[in-house]
Ligand binder design. Sequence first.
Ligand code: CP
Ligand code: NVA
Length: 321
Amino acid sequence: MVNTKQPIPGAPMGLSGRDFLTLADYSASDLSYLIELAHDLKKKLKFGEVIQPLQGKTLGMIFEKSSTRTRVSFESGIYQLGGMGIFLSTNDIQLGRGEPVADTAKVLSGYLDGIMIRTYSQEMVKELAANASIPVINGLTDVYHPCQVLADLQTIEEIKGELKGVKLTFIGDGNNMANSLMLGAAIMGMHISIAAPEEYQPDHTITEQAAEIAAASGGKVEITSDVVHAANQADVIYTDVWASMGQESEASAREQAFTGFQVNSKLLSMAQKDVTFMHCLPAHRGEEVTADVIDGSHSVVFQQAENRLHAQKALMTALMG
Ligand code: CP
Ligand code: NVA
């Protein structure tokens, strides 16, 4: 089917009307623009300025998996921008009873100005986007979590003052977070090192794509199973759960496989002195990270979580404005 999405005249940087399915579709200047806008919207909110470019606009938020941050930050974000969000659990809408994705996309395009979806399959999100005439935002699939990484890039820039050249080390499962961090870091010219057990390393195709992007941006992508090597000189150490949503039955096997991949104070001491600890949350203290690290002075996990609001307000303004 022909994609009927038309850019809305006057929108910044040609982002208007676009989908946000994977960071790989976005350039460094697109992401820099979104991060700048996020910084600006954050500052304005703190000063009590009311910015409502999305008055009268509606975002449908489809959830097939649980969420705290994504749901609340999108819903509150669209409200702050003058619009409204509609929470659509797949338990309640006909999509969950087998209505075709393409039909759902066409129907929702007649009511809404944007769709945010959290589900399992990236292919399903692509199909939804291909059949919708409004922007579709990926709120997490098994493969990617681009909204989280947009907020994380904003957070790293706030703390380190820049992104280019920053060494970001991800320790743990080569999951949706690892994939999106790899792409985001590569686009922004960062050095990303991922330490994971061999059988849990990120998808090969995505790693190659990120390495190609990094070759052009001046960044670097490294995959290893050596946590000490990965932590060495790290400016940022990031981790995520060992068993993601949908992998609950693998939890105990994964706990075994990830022994030695816990972020603890010993690992942190191998990085730069001013290392920043990050986690997308929800976290399992005592598994992928110790309580003293996540609740300690290097941790910025709640700043990251807050920035979901500002980064997604920037995203909705650019895409739906
Ligand atoms: N980090 C994140 O996406 O959190 P939620 O699962 O609570 O949305
Ligand atoms: N990797 C985690 C991220 C949660 C925000 C999951 O998919 O469950």
